[in-house]
Design a binder for this molecule. Structure first.
Ligand SMILES: [Zn+2]
Ligand SMILES: [Zn+2]
Length: 168
């Protein structure tokens, strides 16, 4: 994903990149093709780049373990300065280019920001009921006969008492 910046006029420019995710060295949960839309603003020695990438992803639900497909949108902004880099360059979103630079390669940035945008929590749907902790039945599609009342803490002392009585 290389943008040629030599002879680029001041003002706004738009680019679109489309390719397979393995070109970005991205694997599971990413699959298929991605599409990046770029808005580049050039002003003298400064380039501001906004990148929005649409990915296809395949996740495993944290609650019911089913595999589901989803879209992931990753966006970031990067400022390129054609200046001498200061001693300390800690900022994640500022890059320094030499005045002779004739291109910008955004492959690594797109990849890094894609990885950062993968959510920690993955649910096939907001109200996924998950699996029964006892028998493993998928509670989204069917009911099981497990006694779930037992899990209710209010009943616990009573159940314990019942167990004791049964033992004696
Ligand atoms: Zn689920
Ligand atoms: Zn069950």
């Amino acid at each position: 994903m290389i943008i040629k910046i030599s002879n680029l006029s001041n003002g706004e420019h738009n680019f679109v990149f489309e390719d397979k995710v393995n070109v970005l060295d991205l694997e599971n949960p990413f699959y298929g093709k991605y599409k990046s839309s770029l808005v580049l603003n050039k002003l003298h020695d400064q380039i501001i780049l906004s990148v929005t990438t649409n990915f296809k992803v395949k996740y495993e639900c944290d609650r019911c373990a089913c595999e589901f497909k989803s879209n992931l949108i990753s966006d970031y902004k990067m400022v390129y300065l054609m200046n001498e880099a200061p001693e300390e360059t800690e900022s994640l979103n500022v890059c320094y280019l030499s005045r002779e630079a004739d291109k910008i390669d955004i492959t690594n940035d797109v990849r890094e920001f894609a990885l950062l945008s993968v959510p920690m929590k993955k649910l096939c749907r907001e109200d996924c009921k998950g699996l029964c902790p006892k028998c493993g039945t998928d509670l989204n599609t069917s009911k099981c006969t497990c006694n779930t009342e037992e899990a209710d803490p209010r009943w616990k002392p009573l159940m314990e008492l019942k167990d004791k009585l049964n033992l004696n």
